[in-house]
Design a protein around this ligand. Structure first.
Ligand SMILES: Nc1ncnc2c1ncn2[C@@H]1O[C@H](COP(=O)(O)OP(=O)(O)OP(=O)(O)O)[C@@H](O)[C@H]1O
Ligand SMILES: [Mg+2]
Length: 249
């Protein structure tokens, strides 16, 4: 008999990706998805939530601090994803963190209060996660969360608290963040996100023959064997697809 500890893996819902990380994210971990603008961070998070609910029956919460919930629902229709249907079934909850930031009343079922403070924010997420029994959580994005704080430096405290709460909630989480310059070792904006995260996925655009191509690098994934090479991916009309066997171009 072999004594092999089989950890539960949470499927990313991204074709080609799970093969790179031994079948999925280790359960109850926090993974940082970092990249420059337009690299696909939000799409990655939305796909994790949508496919989690649709294909694996795992409820998920998406906290949006950048785009309005109704814009998200419209945009993802181009991938054939019907968020509303899964929200109605109690499999997805979108928390609107945008309306309150611009001082507008929210039309959403779940929305952050105008008076923003760390403890309310964390408590609210906790409540929504429990209310739909979520197994997955996405916060898009860390920099926009930091902008809501009185002092951006408080983000460290928020992330440390968040980390503890996430472990307790038992959710598998994706946090998105800007990567100012991964090549120069500047992986995240505040320089702390990658330390609280047990996994780090870098999304990148690189020029190949006067065209920008998308690449992805699994920079860290604890408890997981993974390669350190960059894999090409595309955003197709069904969402993100990764090509683990290498070049497709
Ligand atoms: N339906 C679609 N089909 C193909 N590509 C798409 C589609 N929708 C969006 N894209 C691509 O995805 C990009 C946006 O991805 P996304 O919003 O996930 O990036 P991001 O890293 O979150 O960007 P930001 O810095 O603006 O937050 C677009 O610029 C476009 O290239
Ligand atoms: Mg985005």
């Amino acid at each position: 008999m072999t004594l092999e500890y089989k950890m539960k893996r949470i499927k990313s819902g991204i074709p080609g990706f799970d093969d790179l990380i031994q079948g999925g994210f280790p359960e109850n971990t926090t993974v940082l998805v970092a990249g420059g603008t337009g690299t696909g961070k939000t799409t990655f998070g939305l796909q994790f939530i949508y496919k989690g609910a649709e294909e694996y029956g795992e409820p998920g919460v998406f906290v949006t601090l950048e785009e309005r919930a109704k814009d998200i629902r419209r945009e993802v229709k181009s991938f054939g994803w019907d968020f509303k249907a899964l929200e109605n079934k109690g499999l997805i909850a979108i928390i609107d963190g945008v309306s309150s930031a611009v001082g507008l009343p929210s039309e959403e079922k779940f929305a952050l209060e105008e008076k923003f403070n760390i403890d309310n924010f964390l408590r609210y997420i906790y409540r929504v996660v429990k209310s739909i029994n979520a197994k997955r959580l996405v916060i898009d994005s860390i920099p926009s969360l930091a902008f809501r704080l009185e002092d951006e430096r408080q983000i460290r405290e928020v992330l440390l608290k968040l980390n503890t709460i996430l472990l307790e909630m038992g959710v598998t989480t994706i946090l998105t963040t800007e990567a100012p310059d991964p090549q120069a070792g500047k992986i995240s904006r505040y320089g702390i996100e990658e330390y609280i995260s047990r996994g780090l996925v870098l999304l990148d655009l690189q020029e190949r023959n006067i065209e920008l191509k998308r690449y992805l690098l699994i920079r860290k994934m604890r408890e997981t064997k993974h390669s350190m090479r960059k894999y090409p991916f595309e955003i197709t009309n069904t969402g993100i697809v990764v090509y683990p066997s290498g070049e497709i171009y």
